[in-house]
Design a protein around this ligand. Structure first.
Ligand code: G3P
Ligand code: MG
Length: 241
């Protein structure tokens, strides 16, 4: 099994603002050993943690990330939208997040977001050296993306990186995609996974991860189906398998 049975979605997103250092610290405080985080690029190539391609939902700022640069980060509050307690929580750069995770000795599922106006080659050119420089945890990084072309290009740039394919509904070509990418895992929406698919994926040796399951009763069913890891907003409430 690559990752822990429970993975904190965007850190610990039910107790702290998603994709922030506070969210990573919160996960660690609750004994969560792995987190899933979303990586996006700014217009100058700076890699930050952010799920959306605009600032609007999760900060006091607005507009597209591709229209911002690293210099703008000092003015962005990524915490007060969540609660007053987190006011002034910054948008973390990927290097800051990897440094913290390495200090806390945690594992990471890093989801690469495909963004309008940002080329795949720039994403890879920027992210690869950050991982090489800042990742010091005893646990690995597992990179995933809904954009399988982005993963193909990542594989060409790094033949060793652990890669996972992300799906909403798993398509009929999933096994070919796994082989072509030399992927280690397959990640899908837990609501759309059926027991036959789960069985087939696990039978050929891939790790099966699902998102975003927040109920203990559902988690139990998924583990019984052979799912290895559950990505959850409430990882602290799901008993270990
Ligand atoms: O990586 C699992 C999950 O985070 C994918 O969906 O939209 O929450 O990033 P989303
Ligand atoms: Mg994600």
């Amino acid at each position: 099994m690559l990752a822990s049975a429970v993975i904190g979605h965007r850190g610990l997103a039910s107790l702290a603002p998603e994709n922030t250092l506070a969210s990573i610290r919160m996960a660690h405080r609750y004994g969560i050993r792995w987190v899933e985080l979303d990586a996006s690029l700014l217009g100058d190539g700076c890699v930050v943690l952010c799920h959306d391609d605009s600032w609007d939902r999760c900060s006091n700022h607005s507009g597209l990330l591709c229209h911002s640069t690293a210099a703008d980060l000092q003015f962005i509050d990524a915490g007060s939208w969540f609660s007053e307690q987190f006011r002034h929580e910054p948008i973390p750069t990927l290097s800051q997040a990897l440094t913290l995770l390495s200090e806390l000795d945690m594992g990471l599922n890093l989801e690469l977001k495909a963004q309008t106006g940002i080329e795949y080659c720039l994403v890879i050119k920027q992210i690869l050296p950050i991982i090489k420089t800042y990742w010091r945890s005893g646990f690995p990084i597992l990179i995933s993306s809904f954009d399988h072309e982005l993963l193909h290009q990542y594989r060409q740039a790094d033949s060793h990186q652990l890669l996972g394919t992300l799906y909403e509904t798993i398509d009929n070509d999933w096994l070919n995609t796994q082989k072509q990418l030399r992927a280690a895992s397959l990640h899908c929406d837990w609501n759309l996974l059926n027991p036959t698919q789960a069985n087939d994926i696990v039978a050929v040796g891939y790790d099966l991860l699902v998102y975003t399951c927040n109920q203990q009763s559902d988690a139990k069913t998924l583990w019984n189906m052979g799912v290895h890891s559950i990505i959850s907003d409430t990882p602290h409430l799901l008993a270990q398998r």
